[in-house]
Each structure stands twice: as C-alpha cells, then as structure tokens.
Design a protein around this ligand. Sequence first.
Ligand code: NAP
Length: 320
Amino acid sequence: MKPKIYITRKLPELVVDKLKNAFEVRMWEEEVEPVPREILEKEIQEVEGLYCLLTESIDRNLLTLAPRLKIVSNMAVGYNNIDVAAATEKGIMVTNTPGVLTETTADLTFALLMASARRIVEASDYLRAGSWKTWSPMQLTGQDIYGATLGIFGLGRIGESLAKRARGFDMNILYHNRSRKPRAEEQLGIKYVDKEALLRESDFVCVLTPYTPETENYIGTAELSLMKRNAVLINTARGGIVNEEALYHALKSGQIWGAGLDVFKEEPVRTDHPLLSLPNVVALPHIGSASRNTRLKMALLAAENLIQGLLGETPKNLVN
Ligand code: NAP
C-alpha cells in the first residue's frame, strides 16, 4: 500500500501527478483560501507525509495529533511556521526549499529597493489620480541608488545575490551576520561591520536573516534611531524581524525616509494597518519568490524532499 500524504493547497498538476505516483494523496483543493485548521487537524491524523506552505502553523499541538507522521515538507526556504524542536522530539523530519528561489527573491528585493528609493508606486498613483499638472524641479524626488551604501543583515544565499546586483549600481556594500564570510568579502568587495555601524552608515538597510527567536524584533526603536534620516529599510525576510510599531513611528516622524516591505508580522496584513497609511511605504503581499519558474521549482523540490523522506532516503533539504 502506498503511504498517505496530505497537501495543504492546490498545487500545479505536474507536481500532484508526481506525488500521486508515489503516494495516496489527499489535497486541499483551494488556490486562494488556506486550509481551515480543523480540517488540517483531522487530515494530519491519517498521514505519513505533510506537504505544506508557510501559511500553515505546524505547531506542537498539531504534531501531537499525528501518530503516523514521518515528514513535513515546507514549500519555502524559511520554516519559522514549523515547530522544528517539537518535530525533532517526535522523530519527524522537516524539509525546506533553499537555493531554487535565491535569484528570484534577490531580484524582488532589489526591485523593492528601487521602487522605494524612487517612489515608483507613489508616482504611478499620482499620475493615475490626475495630479500630474506639470514638470517641476523637486516633484516626486527620491533617493539615489547608484553609489549609495547598502547594508545587508543576513548575508546568506539571497544576501549574496543581492550584493551582486548592488555591485552593478556601484554601491558600497556592508554586511552583518553572526559569522564573517571572508570568501564573499573577497569576491564581492563587501565589508563586514557590526550591527550598529551598519545601521549608522547605510543608505539602504536590507533584512535577509531567517526569522528565529534571536531575530525577533531585530530592528526596533533603538536600531531605527541609529539610521540616517535619508535611509530606506527593506524587509523581504519575515515580518516579525522588524518591529512594525517602531517602524511606523520612525517613518511617520521622519526618523528614516522610507520602507519597502514584502512581509508582515500578520499575513495577510490588514488593509487598515497603520503602515499602509504612509505614502513612504511600498508594500507587497509576500511575493519574493513569485516567478512562475521559481514557484514550480519550489513545488517540485518540496515534492522530491517528501518522496525521498518517505522512501527511506535522507531528503536533500533536511533541516533537523
Ligand atoms: P540563508 O542562506 O540561511 O541566509 C541567512 C543569513 O542570515 C546567514 O548568512 C546567517 O549567517 C544570517 N543570520 C542568521 N541569524 C542571524 C542573526 N541573528 N544575526 C545576523 N545574521 C544572522 O537564507 P536565505 O536562503 O538567504 O533566506 C533568508 C531568509 O529570507 C529566509 O529565512 C526566509 O525567511 C526569507 N525569504 C523570504 C522570501 C520572500 O518571499 N519574501 C523568499 C525567500 C526567503 P550567520 O549564521 O553567520 O549569522
């Protein structure tokens, strides 16, 4: 008998077919609506494998309901939605999809940086609203990207790819990790600095660390107060890394100049969220990895991890 798996969202047919070859598959057939918790709680009781997205909280309580579960395959590189410690205690494998989304997410991060610096969304809205009456010297002026200083928190796969793009704009690049990366420093001509120096010296601060207890509220009031008044904060990692209330006050008071956000503490973000009332915020609905090719690669990689795990091999992207 084939092992049973549950898929928490409608996937491309190609991926479902691949999984059906190996498993008895049940799937939440909706594309837009996430699976309700009570359905997930019921489905997980029967299965050996779970294929999930970052929209599902795979917490200790849920795992307790799953006596047969051997593997949770997340279709994302970040896995802060999964209680990995609880899974490990129960002998459940957890996998993610690193690498295949690196370049696409770096593209989006740089796009958000450019859109924020040059007020692209605001300017487009201005034109559509009929406010464009004339060309004038200081109208809709933004910040220069070329030659500016970029500070990257979390110079990992995506951070390095972002640095490559920034080099093309002759940016001066700083980074801060818990550990130094001499190879990247040499190859990319980037400089390691402490957290404070990065905040003080950068015109653009990009957050690309994983979301962990250590990085929760990593950027708060104290950090924002060190940043330049012309600085732009970009977050394409996870919402909880930046304290949203502190960011709102920093933007509103002119402590920093602007922000580009692809991620929020609560997703989907409420449309009456204070940050969305500010013209100097460019906000996106978590689309960092959203190119057609990359999403297909992520979906296939998550399927491969699940297949390897349930067929007795070590999955390629095991995180525990
Ligand atoms: P990665 O290769 O693991 O890089 C993460 C980097 O963060 C590492 O270099 C790590 O270096 C550094 N780091 C970890 N903890 C830190 C801390 N406390 N302080 C400073 N630096 C720290 O991961 P990645 O593939 O580049 O992805 C990064 C994150 O982006 C993911 O975890 C995910 O949440 C997010 N993401 C978002 C989207 C989106 O759609 N918006 C798409 C893809 C990924 P050290 O270990 O030396 O500190």
